[in-house]
Design a protein around this ligand. Sequence first.
Ligand code: AMP
Ligand code: MG
Length: 471
Amino acid sequence: MKIPFDNSYAKLPSQMFTAQLPTPVKDPQIIVINAELAKLVGIDPAMLTGDSAAKVFAGNHIPDGAAPLAQVYAGHQFGNWNPQLGDGRAILLGEVIGTDGIRRDIQLKGSGPTPYSRSGDGRAWLGPVMREYLVSEAMHAMCVPTTRALAAVTTGEPVYREEILPGAVITRVAQSHIRVGTFQFFASRGDMQALQALTDHVIARHYPEAGGPADLLDMVIARYAALIAKWMGLGFIHGVMNTDNVSIAGETIDYGPCAFIDDFHPDSVFSAIDQYGRYAYSNQPGIGAWNMAQFATALIPLMPDRDKAIAGFTAAVHRFPDLYEAAWLNIFGRKLGIAAADEDDRDLITDLLDLMTKDGADFTNVFANLGLQTARDQFIDRDAFDTWHARWVLRKSPDADAIMAAANPRIIPRNHRVEEAIAAGRDGNLAPFHALLKVVTQPYAPLTDETATFARAPTKDERVTRTFCGT
Ligand code: AMP
Ligand code: MG
């Protein structure tokens, strides 16, 4: 297989990574390959079949031009500083420039240990690989900036967790895998050479309009605020918004215990390790600002006048809530069929969310069916809904139906469907995975007899209330 690599990270100062080959696996078998994405990154789809592709996407064969490496970073995990993390089970094969002119990383995840594995085995099991594949591709289809999935393979080797599980490797594509934590690593060590090189690299690669660190901070803040507003509009809970899981390119990255809300409640938490709800749905924007404050802190050493920089960067971080609120208003306005929502519409939106909370209405289906009787059926207090509905009918735009059809997915990767696909996959049946992947990558398509079942909210028994990192 030919991959048109054009590597730039590998040319940065050597303390920023460790050259590291993947560890070959016993019996690589392809689960799925993303032909459309392969084309975008310049891989001939004709090369995507058979043994040779399985070997590449398992790390058994290193294609010409690759420069495999593991990146080092640090991060605040649940608010606690961890001075050294890194790609513990991921290896960057290299970068490609897509047919759209955008540079992207191609990374294997689950491909064996690296110097940053700590006590981990560098592996992944099939479940989290399937989850990341499904959710990242669904997010992309819902127009959310995200890492994407190029391929998934099984390894033919067991992975030892609390149980013995089938091993797998996912190939992830991202604008880069540089994180807030990458900046924090070098800033915390006072490694000015690396911090400057990293900043120059990120500006050239992701923010060429930026004149320096101050502009870079502004631009990252703007992208991250817009990203989190998009998550909120889909009822998406990332689950591990640690600074090492915040992409500098503003993409959703590191799909671990992530989840989508079914019955709406703003304080929803799914992740089993998020004991105190730090990363609850409603906390995501506040944590977003906190993460940007950490990014700002890491950039300070680059600034000639420290006091002036602190004042300027503080003001920049304080703009995060306003940027977020403006994006949120626009997104939820469109979800209600309002072309350009203004501050007066805020109550209309929050009143609906309050009703949904009170009655445990299904987030996705209320928005997808607002014009229909089925939305009303989601509520217990029908009078309250009818009163709200009358206000909404007066306010929505003339072309509300078209706006809403584009703003409200009908099918999301519901937690119970993802779990169902994983359970079947574990038993060797990949049909549910493929069926789910097909529908979640066409989230706005009108429902058919065949797809309607994927739009259905879970029954009480089907409801998933806890998700796991599943590393
Ligand atoms: P995460 O919570 O997935 O962002 O992971 C936190 C850190 O732990 C990252 O640096 C990962 O690379 C590392 N890690 C997670 N699972 C493993 C594993 N099975 N083997 C080695 N490192 C791991
Ligand atoms: Mg991570």
